[in-house]
Write a protein that binds this ligand. Structure first.
Ligand code: NI
Length: 191
Protein backbone atom coordinates (compact mmCIF):
# COMPACT_ATOMS: atom_id res chain seq x y z
CA UNK A 1 0.00 0.00 0.00
CA UNK A 2 1.83 3.12 -1.16
CA UNK A 3 2.07 6.21 0.99
CA UNK A 4 0.76 9.12 -1.07
CA UNK A 5 2.08 12.64 -1.41
CA UNK A 6 0.15 15.24 0.63
CA UNK A 7 -0.99 18.47 -1.07
CA UNK A 8 0.00 21.71 0.65
CA UNK A 9 -1.94 24.96 1.04
CA UNK A 10 -1.85 26.89 -2.20
CA UNK A 11 -2.60 23.83 -4.33
CA UNK A 12 -6.01 24.37 -6.01
CA UNK A 13 -7.13 20.79 -5.29
CA UNK A 14 -7.53 21.76 -1.62
CA UNK A 15 -9.97 24.51 -2.62
CA UNK A 16 -12.54 22.60 -4.64
CA UNK A 17 -15.66 20.82 -3.41
CA UNK A 18 -15.08 17.10 -3.72
CA UNK A 19 -17.26 14.87 -5.89
CA UNK A 20 -19.83 12.55 -4.30
CA UNK A 21 -19.02 8.84 -4.67
CA UNK A 22 -21.65 6.54 -6.19
CA UNK A 23 -22.11 3.09 -4.58
CA UNK A 24 -20.48 1.46 -7.63
CA UNK A 25 -17.52 3.81 -7.53
CA UNK A 26 -17.09 3.24 -3.79
CA UNK A 27 -17.04 -0.54 -4.29
CA UNK A 28 -14.48 -0.34 -7.12
CA UNK A 29 -10.95 -1.69 -6.51
CA UNK A 30 -9.53 1.79 -7.28
CA UNK A 31 -11.55 3.49 -4.52
CA UNK A 32 -10.87 0.68 -2.04
CA UNK A 33 -7.15 1.05 -2.81
CA UNK A 34 -7.44 4.80 -2.30
CA UNK A 35 -9.01 4.18 1.14
CA UNK A 36 -6.16 1.83 2.10
CA UNK A 37 -3.62 4.42 0.94
CA UNK A 38 -5.41 7.20 2.82
CA UNK A 39 -5.18 5.20 6.06
CA UNK A 40 -1.52 4.33 5.45
CA UNK A 41 -0.61 7.94 4.60
CA UNK A 42 -2.50 9.34 7.62
CA UNK A 43 -0.72 6.94 9.97
CA UNK A 44 2.69 7.58 8.42
CA UNK A 45 2.27 11.35 8.87
CA UNK A 46 0.78 11.03 12.39
CA UNK A 47 -2.40 12.76 11.24
CA UNK A 48 -5.61 12.62 13.29
CA UNK A 49 -7.41 12.50 9.97
CA UNK A 50 -6.82 12.79 6.25
CA UNK A 51 -9.24 13.69 3.47
CA UNK A 52 -8.97 12.39 -0.09
CA UNK A 53 -8.39 15.87 -1.63
CA UNK A 54 -5.26 16.10 0.52
CA UNK A 55 -3.82 13.21 -1.52
CA UNK A 56 -4.95 14.80 -4.81
CA UNK A 57 -8.21 12.79 -5.12
CA UNK A 58 -11.17 15.20 -5.06
CA UNK A 59 -13.81 12.72 -3.85
CA UNK A 60 -16.03 12.81 -0.74
CA UNK A 61 -13.98 10.52 1.43
CA UNK A 62 -11.96 10.97 4.61
CA UNK A 63 -10.27 8.92 7.31
CA UNK A 64 -10.14 9.72 11.03
CA UNK A 65 -8.14 7.93 13.71
CA UNK A 66 -6.49 8.91 16.98
CA UNK A 67 -4.41 6.33 18.77
CA UNK A 68 -1.74 7.79 21.06
CA UNK A 69 -0.93 10.44 18.47
CA UNK A 70 2.41 12.23 19.12
CA UNK A 71 1.19 15.32 17.18
CA UNK A 72 -1.91 15.53 19.41
CA UNK A 73 -1.12 13.82 22.75
CA UNK A 74 -4.20 15.40 24.43
CA UNK A 75 -6.75 14.08 21.91
CA UNK A 76 -8.98 11.24 23.11
CA UNK A 77 -8.76 8.00 21.12
CA UNK A 78 -10.92 7.68 18.01
CA UNK A 79 -11.15 4.24 16.39
CA UNK A 80 -10.35 4.12 12.67
CA UNK A 81 -13.32 5.67 10.87
CA UNK A 82 -13.91 6.08 7.13
CA UNK A 83 -16.56 8.60 6.11
CA UNK A 84 -17.96 8.58 2.57
CA UNK A 85 -20.22 11.42 1.37
CA UNK A 86 -20.49 12.76 4.94
CA UNK A 87 -22.90 15.41 6.16
CA UNK A 88 -22.59 17.19 9.49
CA UNK A 89 -25.46 18.80 11.38
CA UNK A 90 -24.76 21.04 14.38
CA UNK A 91 -26.78 20.03 17.44
CA UNK A 92 -25.73 22.95 19.64
CA UNK A 93 -24.88 26.63 19.45
CA UNK A 94 -22.00 26.03 21.85
CA UNK A 95 -18.50 26.42 20.38
CA UNK A 96 -15.11 25.33 21.67
CA UNK A 97 -11.88 27.15 20.83
CA UNK A 98 -9.93 24.33 19.23
CA UNK A 99 -6.22 24.72 18.44
CA UNK A 100 -5.94 23.04 15.05
CA UNK A 101 -3.17 21.94 12.75
CA UNK A 102 -3.28 20.30 9.34
CA UNK A 103 -0.96 18.09 7.31
CA UNK A 104 -1.67 20.39 4.34
CA UNK A 105 -0.58 23.48 6.29
CA UNK A 106 2.92 22.60 7.49
CA UNK A 107 4.10 23.92 10.83
CA UNK A 108 1.17 26.20 11.60
CA UNK A 109 -1.62 26.02 14.15
CA UNK A 110 -4.48 28.36 14.95
CA UNK A 111 -7.66 28.63 17.02
CA UNK A 112 -10.95 27.66 15.35
CA UNK A 113 -14.38 27.75 17.03
CA UNK A 114 -15.95 24.31 16.59
CA UNK A 115 -19.39 23.02 17.56
CA UNK A 116 -19.18 20.70 20.57
CA UNK A 117 -22.08 18.43 19.55
CA UNK A 118 -22.78 17.25 16.01
CA UNK A 119 -24.66 14.58 14.12
CA UNK A 120 -22.81 12.75 11.34
CA UNK A 121 -24.47 10.98 8.46
CA UNK A 122 -22.26 9.14 5.98
CA UNK A 123 -21.50 5.78 4.41
CA UNK A 124 -18.72 3.51 5.63
CA UNK A 125 -16.16 2.08 3.19
CA UNK A 126 -18.51 -0.80 2.35
CA UNK A 127 -21.45 1.49 1.59
CA UNK A 128 -23.33 0.85 4.86
CA UNK A 129 -25.08 3.94 6.28
CA UNK A 130 -23.67 5.63 9.39
CA UNK A 131 -25.70 7.98 11.56
CA UNK A 132 -24.44 8.96 14.99
CA UNK A 133 -23.63 11.87 17.29
CA UNK A 134 -20.17 13.11 18.21
CA UNK A 135 -19.24 15.47 21.04
CA UNK A 136 -16.34 17.35 22.56
CA UNK A 137 -12.87 17.58 21.05
CA UNK A 138 -13.63 14.67 18.74
CA UNK A 139 -16.45 16.69 17.15
CA UNK A 140 -13.80 19.28 16.20
CA UNK A 141 -11.71 16.64 14.46
CA UNK A 142 -14.74 15.54 12.42
CA UNK A 143 -15.56 19.13 11.40
CA UNK A 144 -11.94 19.75 10.31
CA UNK A 145 -11.88 16.65 8.07
CA UNK A 146 -15.29 17.20 6.50
CA UNK A 147 -14.33 20.85 5.81
CA UNK A 148 -11.58 19.51 3.51
CA UNK A 149 -14.27 17.90 1.32
CA UNK A 150 -15.81 21.33 0.78
CA UNK A 151 -12.57 23.12 -0.08
CA UNK A 152 -12.19 24.64 3.39
CA UNK A 153 -9.00 24.77 5.45
CA UNK A 154 -8.82 25.56 9.15
CA UNK A 155 -7.05 28.79 8.17
CA UNK A 156 -10.33 30.07 6.69
CA UNK A 157 -12.03 29.68 10.07
CA UNK A 158 -9.34 31.29 12.22
CA UNK A 159 -11.04 34.52 13.33
CA UNK A 160 -8.16 35.81 15.48
CA UNK A 161 -4.97 35.63 13.40
CA UNK A 162 -2.90 36.45 16.50
CA UNK A 163 -3.49 32.82 17.56
CA UNK A 164 -1.48 31.54 14.59
CA UNK A 165 1.68 29.80 15.77
CA UNK A 166 4.36 27.41 14.64
CA UNK A 167 4.40 24.03 16.38
CA UNK A 168 7.46 24.97 18.45
CA UNK A 169 5.90 28.21 19.68
CA UNK A 170 2.61 26.41 20.28
CA UNK A 171 4.37 24.07 22.66
CA UNK A 172 6.25 26.95 24.25
CA UNK A 173 3.43 29.49 24.71
CA UNK A 174 -0.02 28.04 24.02
CA UNK A 175 -0.13 24.32 24.67
CA UNK A 176 -0.51 24.32 28.46
CA UNK A 177 -3.57 26.60 28.50
CA UNK A 178 -5.13 24.81 25.55
CA UNK A 179 -4.60 21.33 26.98
CA UNK A 180 -6.24 22.45 30.22
CA UNK A 181 -9.35 23.65 28.30
CA UNK A 182 -9.34 20.55 26.11
CA UNK A 183 -9.11 18.18 29.07
CA UNK A 184 -12.03 19.93 30.79
CA UNK A 185 -14.13 19.52 27.64
CA UNK A 186 -13.17 15.85 27.23
CA UNK A 187 -13.93 15.25 30.92
CA UNK A 188 -17.40 16.79 30.45
CA UNK A 189 -18.31 15.22 27.08
CA UNK A 190 -16.30 11.99 27.29
CA UNK A 191 -14.91 12.57 23.78
NI1 NI B 1 -6.42 19.07 7.63
Amino acid sequence: MPIRKIAHVGHPILRQTARTLSPEELASPETQRLIDDLIETMRDANGAGLAAPQVYEPVMLCAIEVNKNPRYPYKPAIPLTILVNPEIEFLTDERFDNYEGCLSVPNLRGVVARATHIRVRALDRFGAPLDYEVKGLTAGTYQHEVDHLFGKLFLDRVTDSSTLTTWTEFERYHMAAFVERARALVARDGQ
